[in-house]
Ligand binder design. Structure first.
Ligand SMILES: Cc1ncc(COP(=O)(O)O)c(C=O)c1O
Length: 366
């Protein structure tokens, strides 16, 4: 089986973890600080605040920007659940802005129309490893005087107009879950240039504790461990090479799939460096097999293929009854055709050949 994702952990990571275990210092300490500094420096950001996971990063970043009850936050409907749930954790409402048909990211032309006087932030997602079309989103936010918080959970290593994902909005949030472009097991990071947001984030990540047993805010235990940070420091050094490998794999897949009628490979926007967290293909009606049949056929052939997100978030059971605004016809139209193929750095030329041959074989069935 060629897995859809696989973390790459080698001797360097083992040695880094061993060093932490031998030190006896396991909870947030010097490794976390070193990881924060290295991650922020890599993006050219002033502050990095490491947390337990990407969901915690989003929750804290929203709170640090003052998002609260009675407010609305613009998000896309085609993303992981945490983009919406964290807005709700703050007591605010996610408002859904439809996606662009080519990139599947938030459609910038629909942002202004989704704003109301309650709109307090925009939370675009850099889906599948490619940044949202940020310039018009940033412009719309600036005109309203509200922040843009990037959900960069999937986009470590991506670029937009020569700037890295995570350096585009006021604040950005990353996830280091094991399937991501780099991992710490579980982990997340907030990056920002805003001193106030950074200070609030640091407070909220650890019980609102300003000094020992002095709690000045209702915070959480969202700290990262030293073990996770030690792994992250090693993985960060390898990130650029892995992204290059992902991009080479994506190019080879697109070349191989070229000419198969009814399958649309992912598109890379102008001035963007897609980090290919996922390689997502869209099945169109002329293709002889349904999306679910494609997934089943390829899985039986030993290719780790799976559908992308099953529905726009507002149709998820947990959100259905909340009367959230924003119906998204483009998302509803594209979602049933989307499926993912393995593109991670563990995939080599022989595997690419196998994947392409298997897809060609599916295309010949009816
Ligand atoms: C777009 C997006 N946002 C947020 C998250 C949440 O990250 P985590 O799983 O680390 O909590 C994820 C990852 O799974 C994600 O893909």
């Amino acid at each position: 089986m060629i897995p859809i994702a696989r973390p790459i952990l080698g001797e360097d990571e083992f040695a880094a973890v061993k060093e932490v275990l031998a030190s006896g210092m396991l909870a947030q300490g010097p490794k976390v600080k070193a990881f924060e500094d290295a991650f922020a420096a890599d993006l050219g950001r002033k502050h990095g605040i490491a947390v337990a996971n990407g969901t915690a990063a989003l929750h804290i970043a929203l709170l640090a920007h003052g998002i609260t009850q009675g407010q609305e936050v613009l998000i896309p409907p085609l993303t992981f659940f945490a983009t919406a749930s964290t807005v709700l954790f703050c007591g605010a409402k996610p408002v859904f802005v439809d996606v662009d048909r080519a990139s599947y990211n938030m459609d910038p032309t629909k942002v202004v129309g989704a704003m109301t006087r309650k709109t307090a932030a925009i939370l675009p997602v850099h889906l599948y490893g490619q940044t949202a079309e940020m310039d018009p989103i940033l412009e719309a936010a600036a005109e309203r005087g509200i922040p843009v918080i990037e959900d960069a959970a999937q986009a470590a290593g991506a670029e937009y107009h020569g700037k890295k994902a995570g350096k585009l909005g006021a604040t950005a949030c990353f996830s280091f879950y094991p399937t991501k472009n780099m991992t710490t097991g579980e982990g997340g990071m907030i990056v920002t240039d805003d001193d106030d947001v950074a200070a609030k984030s640091r407070l909220l990540r650890s019980h609102g504790e300003a000094s020992k047993y002095q709690h000045v805010a209702l915070g959480y235990n969202y700290r990262m461990t030293e073990i996770a940070a030690a792994i992250g420091l090693v993985q960060l050094r390898k990130l650029d090479g892995w992204v290059k490998q992902r991009r080479a794999n994506a190019r080879a897949l697109t070349k191989g799939l070229d000419g198969i009628e009814g399958l649309l490979p992912p598109s890379e926007g102008n001035w963007m460096v897609h980090a290919y967290y996922q390689y997502v293909v869209r099945r169109e009606d002329v293709f002889p097999r349904s999306r679910d049949e494609i997934v089943q056929d390829l899985t039986e052939d030993g290719i780790g293929c799976r559908p992308s997100y099953p529905m726009p978030l507002y149709k998820q059971k947990a959100l259905r009854d909340l009367k959230l605004r924003g119906r998204c016809p483009v998302a509803e139209d594209v979602i049933p055709g989307l499926f993912e193929l393995p593109v991670h750095p563990g995939v080599g030329p022989a595997e690419i050949e196998r994947i392409v041959a298997a897809v060609e074989d599916v295309a010949r069935r009816d």
